[in-house]
Design a protein around this ligand. Structure first.
Ligand code: SAH
Length: 361
């Protein structure tokens, strides 16, 4: 593959400043305005590198639309409120959610739709899918929460946290070292450098070679969501793949053309993600004053919301080949060997709130 201008710029930066923390390299690879993967590529859907739950089945977005409307009703129908989606991709989730939420017309009436999207290409898709919702956009999540907006928020994010950058640390014989992106000949490669202070909440007893991941940006997003919900009320639902606890392990991965790729090899040409640490996400929201529920496995969560009932409804009106596609889509969302247990849902609500739909014990 020919060297891209972004790769050249990153190499020049490493030559000038030394090896880069993984989050710095990752941020550039994904959202650099001129060469970033999301900002310049076509990642999602047919012909893209990956497929997401809302692209697999309309049931996913529909159930989330009903979840949001029900959370709003339980909160006492506040109006107006901000309806926020972080990283809406092609807009499918929100389109399905808004259609399902027509069951609660007052919810739609009171909603002011705000989409947080770094990619101009994705924004074009979202504008087409959501024309009737009259969305506004913010390209940075910080702007969506800036100021002293007192309106409650009802927020959804599917596969957004996994796209935000992490740093990695490795346990050595003499303490923790940070893994950094360096150059080796014409390529990028990892190197490491001892750190003066251990990463936050690093376990004392980690075996040599153990890798610890930490995402300051994911923590910051969750803190802002938790703080806003504590202040104004509302509810947030974050769905992603990851683990409930246990932070040791290398979960960095990259996909290019639908295949696993070296995360450092061709910055801007591959999708870089890592598993979400739900314990850390939940802690950041609760430390900011809110209550967190879950994580609950996606399969269990969608079943509790009525995924099978909705599939049966859709199947009744469908010709046989459509019925088979509905069943297949449902299986991919629910089955533990597909997305059902790797993906999980986390909810954030005000402190006194009872568990939201799908999070009951
Ligand atoms: N939620 C969608 C798309 C998930 S992919 C779905 O389920 O299909 C991640 C989305 O987040 C993309 O739309 C991507 O462009 C956007 N994104 C990634 N990093 C971002 C960032 N730092 N700020 C804003 N948007 C970002």
């Amino acid at each position: 593959m020919a060297e891209t201008p972004l790769a050249r710029r990153l190499k020049a930066r490493i030559a000038a400043d030394g090896p880069l923390p993984l989050d710095v390299f990752w941020q550039a690879a994904m959202t650099d305005p001129e060469g970033g993967y999301y900002t310049t590529g076509k990642p999602i859907g047919a012909g893209g590198d990956f497929t997401t739950a809302p692209e697999i089945s309309q049931i996913f977005g529909e159930l989330i639309g009903l979840w949001l409307a029900e959370a709003w009703i339980r909160a006492g129908r506040p109006a107006p409120f901000a309806l926020i989606e972080l990283g809406p991709g092609r807009g499918q989730l929100m389109a399905d959610a808004l259609r399902a939420a027509r069951a609660a017309p007052d919810f739609l009436e009171a909603a002011d739709l705000l989409l947080v999207e770094a990619s101009p290409i994705m924004r074009v898709h979202q504008a087409a899918a959501l024309a009737t919702g009259k969305p506004r956009w913010a390209s940075d999540w910080r702007d969506a929460f800036a100021g002293d907006d007192d309106r409650p928020i009802f927020l959804i994010a599917n596969e957004f946290l996994d796209a935000l950058p992490i740093r990695q640390f490795i346990r050595t014989g003499s303490g923790w070292a940070e893994r950094l992106a360096a150059t080796q000949g014409d390529s990028f490669a990892f190197t490491s450098r001892p750190v003066a202070l251990p990463p936050p909440d690093a376990p004392d007893a980690a075996p040599e070679g153990a890798i610890l991941e930490w995402s300051a940006e994911r923590d910051a997003v969750m803190a802002v969501i938790g703080g806003r919900i504590a202040r104004t009320g509302g509810a947030a639902l974050l769905v992603d793949y990851g683990h409930g606890s246990g932070r040791i392990g290398d979960t960095l991965q990259a996909l290019a053309g639908g295949r696993p790729a070296d995360p450092l090899a061709n910055p801007g040409q591959a999708d870089i993600t890592s598993h979400v640490d739900f314990a850390a996400a939940s802690r950041a929201a609760t430390d900011a004053g809110a209550a967190a529920f879950g994580p609950v496995d996606q399969g269990a969560f969608l079943l509790r919301l009525g995924a099978e009932i909705r599939a049966a409804q859709l199947t009744r009106q469908a010709p046989p080949e459509k019925a088979a596609a509905i069943a297949l889509g449902l299986r991919r969302l629910l089955h533990p060997k597909e997305m059902g247990s790797l993906f999980k849902a986390l909810a954030v609500l005000p402190r006194a709130a009872p568990p939201p739909a799908g999070f009951e014990r």
